[in-house]
Design a protein. Structure first.
Length: 276
């Protein structure tokens, strides 16, 4: 199968240079984002107690293959899976395995699909059966923080306005914002300029301009913000073992606001809300 490297020959990030995309880029991102969202829609019925994350990974791989897409994480810097599955206190980059999900777990499923050279990157939180109220609340706050970030993602504002919108709400709701991982530009590159911090000061950072394309992917913890990466080199966990949650959209800045490329056509972007 095609790998990330072979799908993206000679593509390199230029530090400090934020690409501005035209209609071709936006159309490419619409297709890639829609397919990534469709892949996560499939997970809504599959992410249940007793199902393994390895089975979900295989489902994502087959979906990508059937739709002439490439999972961007597959063989990316040695990663060997099509999705990341981050359970409970895992903040991000959790590796799929054969351990069954159990009642009460919460899991973030993160997927990036390459379609005609463009990257659709998105993640959602899935409740596994009945979950605790504290887990529900963390997921609710995480999704609301993203919603508030999207409201300020428009020309004339800055990347710092996005981070401040997330941080001010999340901390008021007694959660903490992870600093170690950030959103990022994307398009024909998986990771490009600019970096999108999920904390910050209003008015700081690069100004948002029409044509910018990037992810917003806040990671919130019930406890402290600190994380550590395990010996596998990928799995990031909360140091205090408290729950963590994340959600992510790929967006493009337009003349008047932003376009969300990874919205669910079935209304399943927030599986917790959809299941009620």
């Amino acid at each position: 199968m095609v790998t990330y490297a072979s799908a993206n020959p000679n593509q390199k990030r230029t530090p400090g240079i934020i690409p501005l995309h035209g209609e071709e880029g936006f159309e490419g991102m619409r297709k890639a984002g829609a397919l990534a969202a469709q892949a996560l829609d499939l997970m809504y019925e599959q992410a249940k107690p007793g199902v393994t994350t390895a089975a979900l990974d295989r489902l994502a791989f087959e979906f990508a293959k059937d739709n002439n897409a490439v999972p961007a994480t597959l063989n990316y810097r040695g990663y060997r899976h099509s999705i990341c599955t981050s359970i409970n206190h895992v903040v991000c980059h959790g590796i799929p395995n054969e351990k069954p999900l159990k009642e009460g777990d919460i899991v973030n499923i993160d997927i990036t699909l390459i379609v005609d050279g463009w990257h659709g990157d998105t993640s959602r939180m899935y409740p596994i059966g009945a979950i605790s109220r504290k887990a529900e609340r963390l997921i609710e706050v995480t999704y609301e923080s993203l919603a508030r970030a999207l409201e300020v993602a428009k020309p004339g504002n800055t990347t710092g306005d996005i981070g401040a919108a997330i941080q001010s709400y999340a901390e008021a709701e007694r959660t903490s914002v992870v600093r170690d991982f950030v959103g990022h530009g994307l398009g024909r590159l998986f990771h490009d300029e600019p970096n999108i911090l999920h904390f910050g000061t209003p008015g700081s950072g690069p100004e948002l301009k029409p044509g910018m394309i990037f992810t917003i992917e806040p990671m919130l913890n019930l406890g402290r913000q600190h994380v550590k990466v395990l010996a596998d080199g990928w799995t990031a966990v909360t140091r205090d073992r408290t729950l963590s949650a994340q959600c992510e959209h790929s967006i493009g800045i337009t003349e008047h606001g932003c376009e969300i490329f990874t919205q669910s056509a079935k209304g399943l972007f927030n599986p917790l809300e959809a299941s009620r």
